[in-house]
Write a protein that binds this ligand. Structure first.
Ligand SMILES: NC(=O)c1ccc[n+]([C@@H]2O[C@H](COP(=O)([O-])OP(=O)(O)OC[C@H]3O[C@@H](n4cnc5c(N)ncnc54)[C@H](OP(=O)(O)O)[C@@H]3O)[C@@H](O)[C@H]2O)c1
Length: 399
């Protein structure tokens, strides 16, 4: 490899964070872990600090940060413990860091990921919610500060690999003959569940994805296909491609991670076993290639690849994402906020699975869609959609 890289991992205790550390552990001479972060998982972050001895560890939750600081001090570790969103922003902008892995889940990732863009870092973007919320503002920050945005989401990473000319955010792919982006989706655990059983779906069933092992929120998003809708919005911003050129394709085997269709009749696809270490390794080493630890794909074993059109009645969240994108302004911010509140309530068994889409639809129909020209506009739209979604849930429980 040409140069070694110094890394901050935002969300190191999560699925993306742990997969990143797994890849890095195979190439210790080329990567240095400068900072690790989490929210409340003190035990896992403590173990990671003992193993990786980073300069900084950050916990968003203040009392967790104090607990971690006490533990590391007792263990004689020199790692400096920081707290809160300010701590996350500090480790996203450190001069000695050139690469920031954006692996926090949800809107909580927005501020530190934006800070990484404003600080001109190479960003390995997994936290799609940050881009869904801040779209234009985020891409402007990337462009204006010389940051480098590399997509970790397996579909976007596949698209990136199938567009040799692409620099995320820099050029419209139509200029290179692209006429369609085919964004694949497994269809999640309920692809063929009878619709009249949807009301009884439990959180345990929803988080058990047939092909991928992921955090709880993205697993529920995959079950509702909200994840795919958010990915359409993500693809639009990353690759400067209009919504109508992005087509969702159900592909139950999760072997083809996405495809790009060209005007000469070619369709390029990226294939591999469903394991996030492949896109993470691709982004860590880009434009070179490194071993990720992923088993090579046995195409004879796979034998069959199936593709279907999505069913919008089964997956209303897909439709809501399309509508929010068409509405523009603060609609995607409100969609994301309402979804986060709804998924949290579903995971705590406060609302049924079917209420997730219903709640988001109701928030989108009641909220006033405004222009979002600044971070303050985005945060205000996020807050008012959260409050509205929460009030719906509270009201439904007092009836
Ligand atoms: N997992 C995948 O395979 C996958 C694939 C593609 C894209 N993504 C995207 O990657 C992101 C992370 O997903 P994940 O599955 O890795 O999630 P996850 O396993 O739930 O991990 C989330 C990470 O974010 C931290 N976190 C949670 N709330 C936070 C807050 N308020 N402030 C600061 N940190 C916070 C968590 O810390 P604690 O451990 O302390 O809670 C944890 O380190 C999501 O945006 C997801 O859509 C994930």
């Amino acid at each position: 490899m040409s140069a070694s890289r110094s890394i901050t991992i935002l969300g190191s205790t999560g699925s993306i964070g742990q997969n990143t550390l797994d890849v890095v552990s195979r190439h210790r001479d080329n990567y240095r872990i400068v900072a690790l972060t989490a929210n409340t998982d003190v035990d896992t972050l403590e173990k990671q600090c003992l193993q990786w001895q980073p300069e900084y560890a950050v916990m968003s939750d203040l009392s967790s940060a104090q607990q971690l600081a006490d533990k590391l001090k007792n263990g004689g570790l020199a790692t400096q413990v920081l707290a809160g969103v300010e701590g996350l922003q500090q480790v996203s902008s450190l001069e000695q860091v050139d690469t920031v892995v954006a692996g926090i889940v949800g809107a909580a990732g927005l501020l530190p990921t934006l800070t990484a863009a404003e600080s001109g870092k190479r960003i390995l973007l997994a936290n799609k919610e940050a881009l869904v919320m801040s779209g234009q503002l985020f891409m402007d920050a990337v462009r204006n500060n010389g940051a480098e945005l590399l997509p970790v989401d397996s579909e976007h990473n596949a698209i990136f690999q199938c567009m040799p000319h692409a620099v995320p955010g820099m050029a419209a792919p139509e200029q290179h003959g692209v006429n369609r982006i085919l964004l694949t989706a497994s269809g999640g655990p309920f692809r063929s569940t009878p619709l009249d059983h949807f009301g009884e779906i439990t959180p345990e069933q929803a988080v058990s994805h047939p092909n991928w092992v992921m955090g709880q929120k993205i697993s529920v998003d995959s079950a509702t296909m909200m994840n795919k809708g958010l990915e359409v919005i993500e693809a639009h911003w990353l690759f400067t491609v209009p919504q109508q050129l992005i087509e969702v394709v159900i592909h139950p085997q999760s072997i083809v991670h996405s495809m790009v269709s060209y005007n000469d009749g070619s369709i390029l696809a990226q294939l591999g076993n469903p394991d996030m270490r492949t896109p993470i390794a691709h982004c860590l080493a880009w434009p070179e290639r490194i071993d990720s630890g992923v088993e090579p794909l046995d195409i004879f074993d796979v034998a069959k690849l199936e593709f279907e059109k999505p069913d919008f009645q089964r997956f209303p969240c897909l439709k809501l994402c399309n509508e929010a994108m068409q509405a523009g302004g603060s609609a995607s911010v409100a969609l994301n906020a309402a979804n986060e509140i709804a998924v949290e309530a579903f995971l705590h068994k406060r609302i049924p699975f079917t209420a997730i889409a219903a709640l988001i639809e109701s928030v989108l129909s009641q909220i006033t869609i405004t222009d979002v020209n600044s971070l303050d506009d985005i945060l205000a739209a996020d807050l008012s959609a959260r409050e509205l979604a929460q009030s719906h849930i509270n009201r439904s429980q007092t009836v």
